[in-house]
Design a protein around this ligand. Sequence first.
Ligand SMILES: *Cc1c(COP(=O)(O)O)cnc(C)c1O
Length: 447
Amino acid sequence: MAGLARDGGLYVPETWPQLSKAEIGSLAGRRYQDQVMAVTRPLIAGAIPEHDLADMVERAYAGFQHAAVVPLKQLSANTWLLELFHGPTLAFKDVAMQLLARLIDYELNRRGERATIIGATSGDTGAAAVEAFKGLPSVDIFILHPKGRVSEVQRRQMTTIDDANVHNIALEGTFDDCQSIVKSLFGDHEFRDRMKLGGVNSINWARVMAQIVYYFSAAVALGAPHRKVSFSVPTGNFGDIFAGYAAKRMGLPIDRLMIATNVNDILVRMMTTGRYQLGEVTATMSPSMDIQISSNFERVLFDALGREADAVNQLMQDLSGKGGFTLPQGVREQLGADFDAARTDEAAMLAEIKATFDDTGEVADPHTAVGLAAARRMAAASEVPVVALSTAHPAKFPAAVNSAIGIEPQLPPHLSDLYQRAERVDVLPNELDQVRSYIETKAVVSK
Ligand SMILES: *Cc1c(COP(=O)(O)O)cnc(C)c1O
């Protein structure tokens, strides 16, 4: 339930469980919900009774607007689109969050406890979290978003939810400021214990776990385990692509994992120079990728550094103290065995929306287009089939899509009155103390 461990590190499995070729092969043609059970079983390892988990999985995906949950579409001879946006808030975050909320509620009820969920969002996480946790009697949820830096649809998806357990904070700062406040609150052990803090950011292990499943699902549809598959992943906090890495460690024959970024390209620079160096955050039309610190990258580093926690800790200290670190000898080559990285600027992203529309009739959102532009390079360089992850519905980012192809994508019916609903949000300065006392005042746990 906690995103961050008490020592400031992230949780990872002690060992990566292995799915045999036969087990992977047997996933083909099954319902997505059954694939979730089969892929997560070795990670959950009996901690939740099978029928309880099956019930949560069924309910988590019942609200998706497509019967396949995560449909796969062919775009060209060798390129596919994995649509992850059919959940209630139209972004891939729903795939994990809908399950996570049920897992947390289940565990709190088992313990007879309440919790205070806190999270930082660059837009989609907050919307997905608020939607998944609204109305649950076991939790208060506080979501910090950077004021004025999320799209109107993203903001309204959070602020128009009127359940009393939902608290929206518009912080006068960037996403990284939001994330740093959340990190500090988790680091304050007295506050953390008293408020029973829980985390839902992409560092939450259960979210990563839920995301591992769709890599298996797409790969078996294209012939795994007998054929290799590559993925192009629009990347911000590295949670989604880390799930792909985890799938590979669990035995899925993934050839390449493409880290597709917008101009906030710290990961691309690191893969080319070996230096992970913080810069300024630039606002783009793909705001969910407008970040500098990719938190989940720490998890890959842990493996790449031979699972030496002290070595990871040293690099993380250099990151917070000196604003960067240089990868130790050989680590960049090791990362290169799994990952490629490509940056797509705003003009190329818009051109990609147009090219995809002209070639296939599909309308991509700006995040998906960043992934598609990188996928084009992969398909040109190799025969291996490429799956581009489609992380948001185009109607979440209508202005960008309209400027690329002159078509205003429409919200699906369940959200069609979003612009008419009343909003509820409090603006707070970028100050830890003020956010802390706001949470203390509003959370039921502290009363
Ligand atoms: C969150 C998000 C991303 C980035 O995912 P990470 O797991 O943070 O790398 C990409 N696209 C969309 C639409 C998102 O909401």
